[in-house]
Design a protein around this ligand. Structure first.
Ligand code: CMP
Length: 140
């Protein structure tokens, strides 16, 4: 099915100057960027985004990392976009990520893991709406 998913290029990848290389992987895989923006997340915005992890031991470090510098947030659209994006990203822990994935190539640690992608249709819906108003998404 034609899906939309939320993708975030995290502060580590922005600092490494590989925004374009990562966007290029989405495009080469046939995903279309239908919305995008560069933002510095506030603590509140990052905490709200990751609310489901609030009780996890890594929550504080995660929020600290995600607010440590600008991120690039985009909506990717395409056939099975949610899974397609997860395949492009590779495993959450870059040590476990398959060769050729974004995390294998650009991530340094489980915290500084270069990208985020929605993990289900329900989270994609919530996450897209968390960052973008309907009129900011350009139908293509
Ligand atoms: P992300 O897909 O953005 O969702 C939550 C993030 O928490 C995850 O990527 C990792 O960067 C970070 N994280 C840190 N430690 C863990 C862990 N033990 N398990 C899962 N995610 C973790």
């Amino acid at each position: 099915a034609l899906e939309r998913t939320l993708s975030i290029i995290k502060p580590d990848a922005v600092a490494k100057n590989v925004i374009g290389e990562i966007e290029s992987r989405f495009e080469k895989a046939g995903l279309r960027i239908v919305a995008m923006k560069m933002v510095q997340l506030s603590q509140e915005k990052a905490e709200g985004f990751y609310a489901e992890h609030k009780e996890r031991p890594f929550f504080k470090d995660l929020v600290e990392f995600m607010t440590s510098g600008p991120v690039v947030v985009q909506v990717l659209e395409g056939e099975n976009a949610i899974l397609a994006n997860r395949d492009l990203m590779g495993a959450t822990n870059p040590k476990e990520a398959d060769a050729g994935t974004i995390r294998a190539d650009f991530a340094d640690s489980i915290d500084a893991n270069a990208v985020h992608g929605s993990d289900s249709a329900a989270s994609a819906e919530r996450e897209v709406n968390y960052f973008f108003a309907a009129e900011e998404i350009c139908a293509r």
